[in-house]
Design a protein around this ligand. Structure first.
Ligand code: NI
Length: 192
């Protein structure tokens, strides 16, 4: 089932999520819904708070960037991937710049600097412990989604000048002047 995506200004996007305690039918259903929602919005990642949830989990599907990832010498694991209770346990000192967007912040794209590679521990959807070292676009998408679990949005990473440049667009979205070709929830909680 496709869920509406909460947009910038909604307090849910600023809340820290709670670790998932156990597997359940409801959790598996939520994972399926989040994957459906990500695909319906043509996104490459989606985190719990973006569909108004407090569970610490996100889903990604980086298939559209497979070539880019392979060109960077990285393997592309089977997609989609589910990350439950993830922890970033190491990050490279080397950083990269890349233009990011977010399904919760339609039509805003800005360059964000992030560590080029990370090591992440998490549970997959079968509740199997996983640990991976990832780089390139995989590391980028994972870090973006990971941030969502702690109330952090990509625009928070911008320098003061770029922040000022996007302030107007963000204020508009927060005021409910937002439109996308997938269902949304405005900052005020209205479905559009
Ligand atoms: Ni996002």
């Amino acid at each position: 089932m496709v869920l509406p995506i909460y947009t910038f200004g909604h307090e849910k996007l600023r809340e820290e999520t709670e670790p998932v305690e156990s597997d359940s039918e409801e959790l598996q259903e939520l994972i399926d819904d989040m994957i459906d929602t990500m695909y319906a919005a043509a996104g490459i990642g989606l985190a719990g708070p973006q569909v108004g949830r407090s569970e610490r989990l996100f889903v990604i599907d980086v298939s559209p960037m497979a070539e880019e990832i392979e060109d960077a010498g990285q393997e592309v694991p089977p997609q989609p991937m589910v990350f439950i209770n993830p922890e970033i346990v190491a990050e490279s000192e080397v950083t990269t710049d890349y233009e990011e967007g977010c399904l919760s912040i339609p039509d805003v794209r800005e360059t964000v600097t992030r560590p080029e590679a990370i090591r992440i521990q998490y549970l997959d959807r079968d509740f199997e412990k996983q640990e991976r070292e990832v780089g390139s676009m995989l590391a980028r998408v994972i870090q973006h989604e990971f941030d969502h679990l702690f109330g952090v949005l990509f625009t928070d990473h911008l320098g003061s000048f770029r922040k000022r440049m996007v302030r107007r667009s963000l204020r508009k979205i927060a005021n409910g002047e937002v439109d996308a070709d997938y269902p949304l929830v405005t900052a005020e909680g209205e479905r559009v």
